[in-house]
Write a protein that binds this ligand. Structure first.
Ligand SMILES: [Zn+2]
Length: 288
């Protein structure tokens, strides 16, 4: 009531002018704050959406849709998100982490380790998933004029134990103690549980005529075109040279140009780029 009367009083003009200014300024300030808040929240929602997209592929885009419908300007980030939502799909690529199992002198294969194998070349068995890649690799090599020969693949732990025990008994029959015989045998035959061949992921590969010239596997294979082909192309099929010449201090195994290990194309490429062994690579990943 008093406010209504004031305008009618004589002293009102200066007050009215002042209050008019305030009445105009306040809404402008409120508008500016609102605009700033809108811009700020818009920028924040844009930042959040890009972070989420890198972690998960489908959820962020669906959770953003409600925002885009309630706010006009968020139409553009929504269209961005639908574009980037397709690229994170690459993260669903199977990295085949199961193929990174490390078996060596200090990483013994558990007794209950189970391997599902499939028929491979030359009557051998290979881990059934890796076998598909081995088949493709051999076919590609043959098409390039480099036919391959699979001389050893999956060897069960019990088979390895049999090989080992047979050698120990033979040496003991020659007068060695069991300790001496085991030590001597371990120089040539992997101790059961320490052979990568028990995983079904290791393939000993040579050229078809190799054993016509050599009684056993040796470094001469490194001088064949098959070896050259494998060094160049095996990575594409997920295989790495497991015991390189310059890494024997890390692997603890002599140079074996014939022994190729499946780790999957994703990890094989990374390992080749970084020039690391499976020992180094699994350590980098915190797996060993
Ligand atoms: Zn081997």
């Amino acid at each position: 009531m008093p406010q209504k009367r004031r305008p009618q009083s004589g002293a009102r003009p200066p007050r009215k002018k002042g209050s008019k200014k305030a009445n105009v300024l306040v809404p402008i300030l409120i508008l500016m704050i609102l605009v700033l808040l809108l811009v700020f929240s818009f920028a924040l929602s844009g930042g959040e959406s890009s972070e989420n997209q890198s972690e998960t592929s489908s959820q962020p885009s669906s959770s953003e849709n409600p925002q885009s419908s309630s706010q006009d300007p968020s139409g553009s980030p929504a269209s961005e998100s639908s574009e980037t939502a397709t690229s994170p799909g690459e993260e669903t690529v199977d990295k085949m982490d199961w193929a990174l199992i490390l078996v060596n002198q200090t990483h013994i294969l558990p007794d209950d380790y189970e391997v599902k194998t499939a028929d491979s070349f030359n009557g051998k068995e290979f881990e059934y998933r890796a076998n598909e890649y081995l088949k493709e690799m051999f076919a590609a090599a043959e098409a390039d004029g480099c036919p391959m020969f699979l001389t050893s693949a999956y060897r069960s732990k019990s088979y390895q134990t049999g090989l080992f025990e047979q050698s120990v008994k033979t040496l003991m029959g020659q007068g060695m103690t069991r300790e001496e015989a085991e030590a001597e045998t371990a120089r040539n035959i992997a101790v059961p549980g320490q052979s990568e061949h028990a995983t079904g992921l290791a393939a000993d590969i040579v050229n078809p005529g190799f054993f016509n010239q050599h009684a056993e596997l040796n470094e001469a294979f490194a001088n064949t075109k098959q070896s050259d082909w494998l060094l160049e192309h095996a990575v594409d099929y997920g295989f790495v040279l497991r015991y390189p010449k310059d890494k024997t201090d890390i692997t603890g195994i002599n140079y074996e140009p014939w022994h190729w290990r499946f780790v999957g194309p994703y990890h094989a490429k990374k390992m080749k780029e970084m020039n690391v062994t499976l020992e180094e690579y699994t350590q980098m990943l915190g797996l060993s």
